[in-house]
Write a protein that binds this ligand. Structure first.
Ligand code: HEC
Ligand code: HEC
Length: 441
């Protein structure tokens, strides 16, 4: 009895081993069963492949001669963590763009000197954006920086204080002059007051000091100011990462590598299929950064107690009026394609309520969500799409009228699948040397 049963047991074991071997062999050669390519349509597979990292490095920025200068990036990294450009000496870029939170601040809306109205976006892969801010009111990374420094709710600083900070600090001044050339004699307080900037309240001392300066000195200070932006932008261009479970899975799909295809859970795979297929998310969240870089009104209702944020409408007006835009005097390519596109912007009021499609990379780490941080969780965002609230409002503003009506309703299980997929877009950490302040500029 014992003998025969053990003999039978041995046979079962051998059979199981054989089956396991066959399975493993099948996986290695990419057998039909183990190949996830069967889960997706040809169109879905191409869409998935289009989300893979771009082959090229960060696209150039000809409006910033220093964009790819290593020394500029080093100076920029130092300044990114420097709190001296803020009026009370307490805030730096890092205060709101923290690596631990995917370069955001984990708040619904930003807060420095005062509470703002918008949610802090990630800086990871932001160098691939065509426009900056939710409303795209900056057309380069360097011009974006300048607005933070003089924003009364953020740094509350001014360009003269920035120039003096650099001039008065030997190490900073040397680093600056090595790159950008000699500073004017900023110790001359007749010519260069401690604080001055345009666009301050007309009667304020900073505005009066600014208008009292000579045109040439104002220009020199604008130049210093824009160079600071260019150095910080050179640093931000290194904050790039395309290594997430999704990317590893998508590469495995492309090459038919069986084991690589087990990197996503079944729920995440169903979510991915919905995302690139029936869910139509692809219409706007396309390409390597899961954004078309354009502006859409997704039909969010105006929340009680808040005023309508017109988004891109106001963004276009401010962009055109900004002396630091790509066509302006401080741009290093005033007649290039970036300057040219300013001539082809849509009429502002056609873009009322439209906001830039945010990247979805690292989205699990960048809660809360949307331009005003109204949703605390990814489930809530996807539920918003699922409810068809957007579709029921019907009218969207923007060039692709009606796109959102195509977003279908999702079952509760499908909502969870989409969320599971979005969580696979979390990339590995950047090299620590990039995420801490260097000892010196
Ligand atoms: C008080 C918090 C706060 C501080 C400090 C801050 N930011 Fe931001 N940042 C934000 C918010 C909020 C937005 C979006 C604002 C908007 O769209 O109107 C933003 C937008 C950006 C963007 C645009 C990203 C995109 O995809 O459009 C970049 C780049 C950026 N910040 C870099 C910086 C740099 C560099 C500094 C330091 C000079 C800085 N930020 C300081 C909160 C902050
Ligand atoms: C018509 C274009 C469009 C379509 C289609 C679309 N989105 Fe969006 N998505 C946007 C825009 C624009 C925003 C920002 C809206 C705002 O803040 O006002 C956004 C925001 C988000 C956010 C929040 C990200 C953040 O950092 O705040 C998530 C998550 C998201 N979308 C996921 C999806 C999913 C999943 C689908 C498919 C079911 C989808 N989107 C379909 C344009 C679109």
């Amino acid at each position: 009895m014992r003998d025969s049963s053990s003999a039978a047991g041995g046979a079962v074991m051998r059979l199981a081993k054989l089956a396991a071997l066959m399975l493993a062999g099948g996986m290695l050669v990419g057998s039909a069963q183990a190949d996830d390519r069967n889960l997706y349509t040809t169109e879905e597979l191409s869409a998935i492949a289009r989300h893979l990292a771009p082959a090229a490095v960060v696209p150039g920025d000809a409006t910033n001669k220093f964009a790819d200068d290593r020394r500029a990036a080093a100076l920029g990294q130092f300044l990114f963590f420097d709190t001296r450009f803020s009026a009370n000496g307490k805030f730096s870029c890092h205060s709101c763009h923290q690596p631990a939170h995917g370069f955001t601040d984990a708040r619904a809306v930003a807060k420095a000197l005062a509470v703002g109205t918008r949610n802090t976006p990630t800086l990871l892969n932001a160098a691939y954006n065509h426009w900056f801010f939710w409303d795209g009111r900056a057309d380069s990374m360097w011009a974006q920086v300048l607005q933070v420094i003089e924003n009364p709710r953020e740094f509350g600083g001014d360009r003269l204080a920035v120039a003096h900070t650099i001039y008065d600090d030997d190490a900073l001044r040397r680093a600056y002059e090595r790159l950008f050339g000699k500073l004017p004699d900023l110790s001359d307080s007749q010519r260069f007051p401690a604080h001055a900037r345009p666009d301050a309240p007309t009667q304020s001392a900073t505005a009066r000091e600014w208008s009292a300066m000579s045109a040439a000195d104002r220009d020199a200070c604008n130049r210093i100011f824009s160079n600071v932006g260019k150095a910080i932008a050179a640093y931000e261009r290194h904050l790039v990462n395309y290594d997430s479970p999704f990317d590893r899975y998508a590469r495995a799909l492309r090459s038919g590598d069986g084991p690589g295809q087990s990197l996503l859970s079944p729920a995440a795979k169903r979510g991915l299929k919905l995302f690139v297929g029936r869910g139509q998310c692809e219409l706007c969240h396309s390409g390597p950064n899961f954004t078309d870089g354009q502006f859409h009104n997704v039909g969010l209702p105006v929340r009680a107690g808040t005023v309508l944020d017109t988004g891109r409408e106001q963004g276009i007006r401010e962009l055109k009026a900004n002396p630091f835009n790509a066509a302006g005097r401080y741009s290093d390519q005033q007649h290039g394609p970036n300057a040219k596109r300013l001539e082809f912007l849509p009429a502002p009021d056609a873009m009322r309520g439209a906001f830039k499609t945010p990247t979805l990379r690292n989205v699990a780490r960048t809660a809360p969500y949307l331009h005003d941080g109204r949703f605390a969780t990814l489930r809530q965002v996807v539920q918003f799409y699922a409810d068809g609230k957007a579709a029921s409002r019907g009218k969207r503003v923007g060039e692709r009228e009606g796109t959102l009506n195509l977003v279908p309703h999702f079952t509760p299980a499908e909502v969870m699948d989409l969320v599971a997929f979005l969580k696979t877009l979390d990339s590995t950490a950047l090299p620590p040397a990039l995420t801490r302040p260097p000892a010196q500029p």
